[in-house]
Design a protein around this ligand. Structure first.
Ligand SMILES: NC(=O)c1ccc[n+]([C@@H]2O[C@H](COP(=O)([O-])OP(=O)(O)OC[C@H]3O[C@@H](n4cnc5c(N)ncnc54)[C@H](OP(=O)(O)O)[C@@H]3O)[C@@H](O)[C@H]2O)c1
Length: 248
């Protein structure tokens, strides 16, 4: 499908997978709303897109705050007159053993990874229905298919994303012409590990970089692009994409 002129809301666009996808979409002629909380980082991404001849606006938006999400979507619509694509990608992974009882981190993961994604989805669906279609792409994870020690709450949050994506597709794809894609990456180079407060797990995750060649954020951006560019009759529902050298 031709992407030129389409309008996309990209959450988590201030770093990692979201920033790479914002750049990639803009390079294919998509008008991008680059959304996250760190406005300075978003403005950097937007400046790079403009310098490369693309179109983008920075949208300061905390996905856990439904009013901010509504204002962000409106800002994008006011700028470009449509919302055709939503990449629900904002997320965090402060992992630890359950017995550590880091309950604030558990709640934060559920708030951002699950409820934040629900907030954005709820906000874009009415725009897409009015336009007669759209495409929602959700970032789940290998942790949305398998469970790993020390990652129970993160895995629960990403299993919720996987399940919700499939349910969403059942509810809106045929009825409203809204395609739904769930992407499940393995290990990707990004800032994701920086929020792990548990020293043991932070070291364990950093150690993985010596054991395999991580995917680059651009690899996931390419995956998003693949799903978006498929003909309208094709709904790429799930994509599981892993480093070749990832042994699990
Ligand atoms: N890296 C991996 O190995 C991997 C593997 C599988 C899945 N994933 C998933 O990929 C997604 C992107 O992560 P990443 O690897 O690119 O990590 P990252 O570089 O840390 O990016 C996370 C993004 O989420 C945004 N974010 C966090 N909390 C937010 C909030 N409350 N409201 C709005 N935005 C928020 C951050 O922006 P601000 O801080 O500026 O708000 C940032 O842009 C996440 O859903 C992650 O779970 C990552």
């Amino acid at each position: 499908m031709e992407l030129k002129g389409k309008v996309a809301l990209v959450s988590g666009a201030s770093s990692g997978i979201g920033a790479a996808t914002a750049r990639k979409l803009a390079a294919h002629g998509v008008k991008v709303g680059a959304a996250a909380r760190r406005l300075d980082r978003l403005e950097q991404v937007v400046a790079e897109i403009h310098a490369a001849g693309g179109e983008a606006v920075a949208i300061a938006m905390d996905v856990t705050d439904a009013a901010q999400v509504a204002a962000g979507a409106k800002k994008l619509f006011d700028a470009y007159g449509a919302i055709d694509i939503a990449f629900n990608n904002a997320g965090l992974m402060p992992i630890s053993n359950v017995e550590s009882l880091k309950t604030n981190e558990w709640h934060r993961m559920m708030d951002v990874n699950v409820k934040g994604l629900l907030n954005t989805t709820a906000e874009v669906i009415p725009y897409m229905k009015r336009q007669g279609g759209g495409h929602i792409v959700n970032t789940s994870s290998i942790a949305g298919r398998k469970v790993f020690p020390g990652m129970s709450v993160y895995c629960a949050s990403k299993h919720a994303v996987t399940a919700f994506s499939e349910g969403l597709r059942l509810d809106v794809a045929a009825k409203y012409n809204i395609r739904v894609t769930c992407i499940q990456p393995g290990a990707v180079e990004s800032e994701l590990f920086e929020h792990i407060s548990d020293k043991k797990y932070r070291e364990q995750m950093e150690q993985l970089k010596n054991e395999m060649t991580f995917l680059k954020a651009e690899d996931i951006a390419d995956t998003v692009l693949f799903a978006l560019m498929a003909p309208q009759r094709v709904n790429v529902a799930e994509i599981f994409v892993l480093p070749t050298t990832q042994p699990w």
